[in-house]
Design a protein around this ligand. Structure first.
Ligand SMILES: CC(C)(COP(=O)(O)OP(=O)(O)OC[C@H]1O[C@@H](n2cnc3c(N)ncnc32)[C@H](O)[C@@H]1OP(=O)(O)O)[C@@H](O)C(=O)NCCC(=O)NCCS
Length: 139
């Protein structure tokens, strides 16, 4: 499938995206309980979309965090997922960059979720970002 990188939009999902996200989850055979995620105050969903179709998503958790005596916020970026048909074109990289940009001014600490050691694509994706951004792996 030929696509230009400029055709893809990255943004935070809102309640109007429910149907589009359901379709995305179904296409990927995922049984994740979307309604629960959308109703949680501490979680946002970032999406990559082309035309009206969602082709990728990542979850952003914003949680309270205490560093010494300082109260702050921690962002955890997790469950990044790109439609199989669109993988290997930099979409997850751009989606993660969008997530990081979104949380940078909100959270002092930014972490990405752990991944299985055999998940080469995810490890590469995260390591690239870890070397460039103020991000660490979840401990
Ligand atoms: C992991 C995932 C999100 C990557 O999406 P993507 O859009 O294909 O990623 P990108 O195109 O931005 O590639 C990111 C990096 O991984 C590399 N990569 C992509 N697929 C790869 C593969 N199969 N093996 C090794 N490296 C791979 C790319 O070359 C790129 O590195 P580079 O910029 O240094 O060349 C996608 O494979 C996916 O949805 N997997 C299933 C869900 C999952 O495992 N999520 C992560 C854990 S929650």
């Amino acid at each position: 499938m030929t696509i230009e990188r400029t055709q893809i939009t990255y943004r935070l999902a809102n309640k109007h995206d429910y149907k589009g996200l359901i379709k995305f989850y179904k296409r990927q055979n995922s049984r994740r309980c979307l309604r629960r995620i959308l109703n949680e105050d501490s979680v946002r969903i970032a999406v990559a979309q082309i035309d009206d179709i969602i082709i990728g998503k990542a979850l952003i958790y914003i949680l309270p965090w205490t560093a010494g005596k300082k109260k702050d916020k921690r962002a955890i970026i997790a469950e990044v997922f790109v439609d199989k048909r669109y993988r290997g074109r930099g979409i997850a990289t751009d989606l993660m960059k969008f997530c990081i940009k979104t949380v940078k001014n909100v959270a002092e600490d930014i972490q990405v979720d752990r991944v299985e050691p055999e998940n080469k694509a995810a490890i590469r994706l995260y390591k690239n970002l870890l070397s460039k951004e103020r991000v660490t792996f979840m401990s």
